[in-house]
Design a protein around this ligand. Structure first.
Ligand SMILES: [Zn+2]
Ligand SMILES: [Zn+2]
Length: 390
């Protein structure tokens, strides 16, 4: 306890990645991170990783609040704990934790419904860039020792910083048997895809599945479909190098739309499924045209399309004829995974090897100082996950 109470009151100066404005390249800056306040923890980050949502954030998604400390995937150690931390959280200094962007109170209408992971008490913290009390814990001193400038947080995490302050309701302690870099991969993309098959679609044995986009989210969906016994798992990606990755996770068929012979993707999916389409499709790219293809690729009447991708466009036109087929279209954040009830189960599945191949996600590793290199690596067709060492 002495560690927590002595460091509790101190400001920490450390390196963090700041985006100064829409479209600007992120910069590594020396920033100030305040001590945690009541009900908060300060986390010393160990690893973080890059997700396409971070690229969107630099363009002002989902709200243009700048300057902002980036990053929403990562894992770290609790360095100090604010006063009045809720006793049931059982968090302590030294715990290895994932900062999350959703909370779970287990008491609100949504949490008790069993139908959603979107808690009403601790919702997605995406729009203000501030802690729940409306203030920030991060700042930067610009030149000449003037007044510190407030920095905004990103998705209640801001993991691309050597230290970050998180509301304790948005923190999940992880089992020490899980390799620490894998925890970073589970903090967003892979879990979103896996969760969508497990918690949203509830893929059953013998069903047919199509996955649009074979990045970390898509590979999570492929893995989830395999674990839940899907008979046919069709992966779709324009990068031929993703074929091998998809197969490693359990993909049974591959479509490269660039080799299409003028057929649409949904037509090619139907060709592989006796003309019927699939039971479940997972749209992991956010590309508007693909959203329609993913919907049209599902079976009439019973097909479900779960959208997981994000983009900066304000709206998407949905083909009414596809909807007339009485298909279901659902959007999902974090694949329907509840951070307190389900994420630990997901971690157990990784430890007991029910979920395999997490190592296959790691394609590149960079130091925090090389963050711009990480953004370039995302354009590499072989890139799945860039791990950031803090
Ligand atoms: Zn993400
Ligand atoms: Zn709740």
């Amino acid at each position: 306890m002495s560690t927590s109470s002595s460091s509790r009151s101190k400001m920490i100066t450390c390196q963090g990645v700041v985006c100064w404005g829409p479209g600007e390249a992120p910069k590594v800056e020396e920033i100030e991170v305040e001590p945690p306040r009541s009900g908060e923890v300060r986390v010393k980050m160990l690893f973080a990783s890059v997700c396409h949502t971070d690229v969107l954030c630099c363009k002002g998604f989902p709200a243009p609040v700048f300057p902002r400390v980036l990053g929403h995937e990562g894992v770290g150690v609790i360095e100090s704990i604010g006063e009045g931390l809720v006793s049931h959280s059982q968090l302590k200094v030294g715990d290895v934790v994932i900062p999350t962007y959703l909370g779970e109170c287990r008491e609100c209408y949504n949490c008790r419904s069993g139908r959603t992971n979107i808690c009403q008490t601790f919702p997605l913290q995406a729009f203000t860039g501030l802690m729940s009390d409306g203030t920030s814990r991060m700042s930067i001193v610009c030149g000449g020792g003037g007044k510190p400038l407030k920095l905004y947080h990103f998705l209640s995490c801001s993991t691309w910083s050597q230290y970050t302050v998180v509301d304790a309701n948005y923190v999940v302690k992880i089992d020490s048997k899980l390799p620490i870099p894998h925890a970073s991969f589970l903090s967003c993309g892979f879990t979103t895809g896996f969760g969508a098959t497990w918690k949203e679609a509830k893929v059953e044995t013998g069903s047919t599945v199509a996955v649009f986009g074979l990045g970390a989210v898509g590979l999570g969906a492929v893995e989830g479909a395999r674990v839940h016994g899907a008979a046919q798992i069709i992966g779709i990606d324009i990068n031929e190098s993703k074929r091998e990755k998809g197969e490693a996770f359990g993909m049974t068929h591959y479509i490269n739309p660039r080799c299409s012979n003028d057929k649409s993707i949904s037509e090619m999916v139907k060709d592989l499924t006796n003309g019927l389409g699939v039971d479940y499709s997972f749209e992991c790219t956010g590309v508007p045209d693909l959203v329609n293809e993913a919907l049209e690729a599902t079976k009439v009447g019973v097909g479900q399309m779960i959208m997981l991708g994000a983009g900066t466009q304000k709206s998407i036109a949905i083909n009414f004829v596809s909807l007339l087929g009485c298909r279901t279209f659902k959007y999902s954040v974090f694949g329907g995974v509840k951070v307190q009830s389900d994420l630990p189960t997901m971690i157990d599945k990784c430890i007991n090897k029910e979920i395999q191949n997490l190592n296959q996600l790691l394609s590149h590793e960079v130091q925090l100082n090389d963050i711009n290199k990480a953004f370039h690596l995302l354009k590499d067709p072989d890139c799945v996950k860039v791990l950031i060492k803090l």
